[in-house]
Ligand binder design. Structure first.
Ligand SMILES: Nc1nc2c(ncn2[C@@H]2O[C@H](COP(=O)(O)OP(=O)(O)OP(=O)(O)O)[C@@H](O)[C@H]2O)c(=O)[nH]1
Ligand SMILES: [Mg+2]
Length: 136
């Protein structure tokens, strides 16, 4: 299950990992697609949706907290990973963008309690093999 702010690239990542073409549109509800659970960015951006994230995570094996490497802030609260009873990993997205800051993104995730972090780009095909191995 992927969680993270709107526009960080959750749906894009699911599409490329599923062998589908990129067709980004806003995710409006929790969506079960193959081996993935996609969630709307609003579920992280608004605390009143936290219970929905927790409930949905019961159906998954791994929660991936997704942080965009181009962003100068993060909405993941400190130790957010601990609210889940599932394995939690971090995924940094958009590492292909010039001027992005991967280390900053990793710090945000570490502060949110994430131990294992994967750097990725759906556009430049980075880190997708690692994620694919994890799924298998
Ligand atoms: N440069 C770059 N852009 C990306 C990458 N992944 C996604 N994007 C772009 O980021 C934008 C948002 O992608 P989405 O996959 O829709 O983001 P999301 O996290 O699903 O957003 P919500 O559904 O609103 O929560 C799109 O314009 C994508 O083309 C990437 O690896 N690199
Ligand atoms: Mg989406």
């Amino acid at each position: 299950m992927l969680i993270g702010e709107s526009g960080v690239g959750k749906t894009s990542l699911i599409q490329v990992l599923s062998g589908e073409a990129f067709s980004a549109r806003k995710t409006m509800a929790v969506e079960f697609t193959g081996r993935f659970i996609d969630t709307p960015g609003e579920f992280l951006e608004n605390r009143r949706f936290y219970p929905a994230l927790i409930t949905s995570s019961a159906d998954c094996d791994v929660v991936a907290m997704v942080q965009d490497a181009t962003r100068i802030s993060s909405l993941f609260p400190p130790q957010f990973s601990t609210i889940f009873t599932r394995k939690v990993i971090g995924i940094v997205t958009k590492v292909d963008v010039p001027g992005c800051n991967v280390e900053r993104a990793e710090r945000f995730l570490a502060n949110a309690g994430v131990k294992e972090i994967i750097r990725s780009s759906s556009k430049a095909n980075i880190g997708l093999d690692i994620l694919q191995d994890m799924l298998n």
